[in-house]
Design a protein. Structure first.
Length: 63
């Protein structure tokens, strides 16, 4: 599989900039950032729910 060099990446970025424009790219990047943050928050929420349920089951067995 061919590797992308510096010039190839620059050419691709220039084409993307010409097609979408700078305003559209910032909007897309912002939405991607929000999506990634929501995904991470969801993962952390699942971990905290598992931790809480584990603590509850441990406290019930100690009674």
């Amino acid at each position: 599989m061919p590797r992308l060099g510096t010039w190839e990446i620059i050419i691709v970025l220039v084409i993307v900039l010409l097609v979408f424009g700078p305003g559209r790219i910032t909007k897309v990047a912002s939405e991607m950032g929000k999506g990634i943050k929501a995904f991470k928050d969801g993962l952390n929420e699942d971990k905290s729910e598992k931790d809480e349920s584990a603590e509850e089951s441990e406290s019930e067995t100690k009674k």
